[in-house]
Design a protein around this ligand. Structure first.
Ligand code: ATP
Length: 319
C-alpha cells in the first residue's frame, strides 16, 4: 500500500483534528502518501481530494472542528453514488481510506468495504453512541463543556432559589446527559434509555424542598423532550421558579481535552496500522484502556449500550 486517504463525516467533534494529524503523520512515518478528502462523502464523490504533508496537519492538535470539514450526503446510501466515490479513489491511486465519524459514516465506510475498497472507521462523535468502544472522540470535551455550564448555572440557581432545566445533546443516546449530570451533581438526569415519569421528578423536587433544598438542577437529553416542554410541565404542577437553558452547539466546539487528543492520536495511528496490515473493514475503539478493533459490519448492527452501573450510581447519589 502506497497511498491512503482520510475524511471526516457526520457531525464534527473536538479531537477530529488530532485524529487527522495522527493518520497523516503515522502514514508518512511509514512512507505512505496521505490524501485528505474534504467535506466527507460529498467531497469524495466530487473529487475534492488533496495530498497532505506533515505541515498540513501542523498547529491543529488543539483546534476543535475538522480542518477537512464535514458534510452530509444522504445519497451515499445509493450504490451508484458509492461507485462514483470509488472511481475518485481509483483515479488518485488511493488504496485505503480512514473514515472518522459516527454511525452513519461507518455505514458509508462499510458500503465501500463491501465494494472491495478497504476502509477503517475511527469513532468521532460527541454522542459516545458507537458500540465496540467505551469512548468516542469528542465525548470527553463535550461533557467538560456541559459541566462548566452546569457549574455556572448552579451559581445563579442557588442565588435565586431556582429550578433549572438544562437541555443537552443526545437524541438516541443519553451518555452526555448521564455523565455530565453525574459529574455536575444534577438532582435529576433524564435520558432516552430510561423513562422517568413527571410524577417521579416532582416527587424528588418536593422531597428536596422539604429538607430545605432551595434550588435544583435537572439535566435532560434532547431525545427525551425539549427543555422548554419539560419546564412547562413542571410549572403546571409545582410552585417553583423554573428556568431553562438549552446548551446547543457549544457542546460540539472548543479545544479538545487532553483525553480526547490522546484518544484521537491512538485511534488514528491504529487505523493506519490496520490498513498497512491489510485489514480493511475494521473499526477501532478503546476498551479498558486498550486499543481494539472490530468488524465495521458488526459495529453498525449492534446498538450502543449505556452503562447501567452509571445509571444506578447517578440515582443513588441524587436521592
Ligand atoms: P453523528 O453521529 O455525529 O451525526 P454520523 O456519521 O452518524 O455522525 P450521519 O449524518 O448519520 O452522521 O452520516 C454521515 C454520512 O454518512 C451521511 O451524510 C452519508 O453520506 C453517509 N451515510 C449515512 N448512512 C449511510 C448508509 N446507510 N450507507 C452509506 N452511507 C451512509
Amino acid at each position: 500500500m502506497k497511498k491512503i486517504a482520510v475524511l471526516t463525516s457526520g457531525g464534527d467533534s473536538p479531537g477530529m483534528n488530532a485524529a487527522i494529524r495522527a493518520v497523516v503523520r503515522k502514514g508518512i512515518y511509514h512512507d505512505l502518501e496521505v490524501y485528505g478528502i474534504y467535506h466527507g462523502f460529498h467531497g469524495l464523490v466530487n473529487g475534492n481530494i488533496e495530498k497532505l504533508e506533515l505541515g498540513s496537519v501542523g498547529d491543529i492538535i488543539h483546534r476543535g472542528g475538522t480542518i477537512l470539514r464535514s458534510a452530509r450526503l444522504p445519497e451515499f446510501v445509493n450504490p451508484e453514488v458509492q461507485k462514483e466515490g470509488l472511481e475518485q479513489l481509483h483515479k488518485h491511486g488511493i488504496e485505503g481510506l480512514v473514515v472518522i465519524g459516527g454511525d452513519g459514516s461507518y455505514r458509508g465506510a462499510n458500503a465501500l468495504t463491501n465494494l472491495g475498497f478497504p476502509c477503517v472507521g475511527v469513532p468521532g462523535t460527541i454522542d459516545n453512541d458507537i458500540s465496540g468502544t467505551e469512548f468516542t472522540i469528542g465525548f470527553d470535551t463535550a461533557i467538560n463543556t456541559v459541566i462548566d455550564a452546569i457549574d455556572k448555572i448552579r451559581d445563579t440557581a442557588s442565588s435565586h432559589d431556582r429550578t433549572f432545566v438544562i437541555e443537552v445533546m443526545g437524541r438516541g443516546a443519553g451518555d452526555i446527559a448521564l455523565w455530565s449530570g453525574l459529574a455536575g451533581g444534577a438532582e435529576t438526569i433524564l435520558i432516552p434509555e430510561e423513562k422517568e415519569t413527571i410524577d417521579n421528578i416532582i416527587d424528588r423536587l418536593n422531597r428536596g424542598k422539604q429538607r430545605g433544598k432551595r434550588h435544583s438542577i435537572i439535566v435532560v437529553a434532547e431525545g427525551v423532550m425539549s427543555g422548554v416542554k419539560l419546564a412547562e410541565q413542571l410549572k403546571e404542577r409545582i410552585d417553583a421558579d423554573v428556568r431553562v437553558s438549552v446548551l446547543g452547539h457549544i457542546q460540539r466546539g472548543g479545544s479538545p481535552s487532553a483525553t480526547d487528543r490522546f484518544l484521537a492520536s491512538r485511534l488514528g495511528a491504529r487505523a493506519v496500522e490496520l490498513l498497512l496490515e491489510g485489514k480493511g473493514g475494521r473499526a477501532v475503539g478503546i476498551v479498558k484502556n486498550t486499543i481494539v478493533d472490530h468488524a465495521i459490519s458488526e459495529i453498525i448492527n449492534q446498538p450502543h449500550k449505556i452503562d447501567n452501573e452509571i445509571i444506578r450510581l447517578a440515582k443513588e447519589l441524587s436521592i
